[in-house]
Design a protein around this ligand. Structure first.
Ligand SMILES: [Zn+2]
Ligand SMILES: [Zn+2]
Length: 148
């Protein structure tokens, strides 16, 4: 991670009464560098290659803190357990293929517009959006994938 990014993360954590520990930094680094949506176990596997001083339980605790800080988000991607990624400036959404598990990310600026309109009309404060699509990708639809 770039030092600048590390510093702003450290101050964000500090503002919330947390420290940027080695473990937290490693978890953030792994998420920052992978452009996939890792679950806690995959995160643990990769984090362990960088520091031996990390356990699966630490990873679970760490993602909970980072999520609470708004630094990462959790998506279910059609599965029971969560997948994590760092928060990006432009919100994006996910389509998960039930056949092969492929994840397609997409922007939907219209969603923001609808939410804003709704919030104004109803006087709501929207704190989060859970909008996930599931189905079959083009490959699996034509029977080419290893659909279960
Ligand atoms: Zn598929
Ligand atoms: Zn994503």
């Amino acid at each position: 991670m770039e030092e600048e990014v590390v510093r702003s993360l450290a101050s964000a954590l500090q503002a919330g009464g947390h420290r940027l520990t080695r473990q937290r930094r490693v978890v953030l680094e792994v998420l920052e560098e992978s452009h996939e949506h890792l679950d806690a176990e995959a995160l643990y596997e990769r984090a362990r290659q960088r520091t031996s001083r990390i356990s699966l339980a630490t990873v679970y605790r760490t993602v909970a803190v980072l999520k609470q800080m708004g630094l990462i988000t959790e998506h279910s991607l059609g599965e029971e357990h969560g997948h994590f990624e760092t928060v990006r400036e432009v919100p994006h959404y996910h389509f998960t293929c039930l056949g092969c598990g492929a994840v397609v990310e997409f922007d939907a600026p219209q969603v923001e517009e609808i939410l804003q309109e709704l919030a104004e009309r109803e006087g709501l404060e929207v704190c989060g959006v859970q909008f996930a699509l599931i189905g079959y990708c083009a490959h699996c639809r034509t029977g080419g994938g290893d659909a279960q």
